[in-house]
Design a protein around this ligand. Structure first.
Ligand code: HEC
Length: 111
């Protein structure tokens, strides 16, 4: 009986710990999946960002060029130019809501 109590207590403690682990924020997802090319600050001043000629998303002119629905589509399905894939899609990693949160995150990047 004593052992069973211990197991039950351990189970409850585990459930608590699991419930407390939070869903990753857009900033965390950006850092983990996007910053290697786009830069943590969105300026794309990384080795890959420069190599792939990624635009600086902190610039007002670039922000104005981008449309929210196209950004969302790019994040989920990939970004294509003249039929060539320039960025892969992330729909296997991120839900539509997470992708939308990433669009919001990109929109608040500042120079
Ligand atoms: C391997 C490099 C790489 C990674 C990693 C990467 N991207 Fe991109 N991304 C690009 C390139 C290249 C382009 C096209 C050039 C540009 O827009 O500057 C692009 C374009 C975009 C666009 C522009 C779409 C438009 O409408 O103009 C958005 C938004 C975007 N990426 C978001 C993200 C997000 C969010 C992540 C992480 C989940 C991510 N990218 C990860 C390389 C990358």
């Amino acid at each position: 009986m004593k052992n069973l109590t211990k197991i039950v207590i351990a189970g409850v403690a585990f459930a608590f710990a699991a419930g407390m682990s939070h869903a990753a924020t857009a900033a965390e997802n950006w850092e983990n999946s996007c910053a290697s090319c786009h830069g943590e600050d969105g300026k794309a001043q990384t080795k890959l960002g420069k190599k792939l000629k990624v635009r600086d998303y902190t610039l007002a002119a670039v922000q104005a060029e981008m449309k929210d629905d196209e950004m969302l589509k790019a994040i989920l399905d990939g970004y294509f130019e003249n039929g060539k894939e320039r960025m892969k899609g992330y729909k296997d990693e991120y839900s539509e809501q997470e992708a939308k949160d990433l669009v919001t995150f990109i929109r608040q990047l500042k120079p």
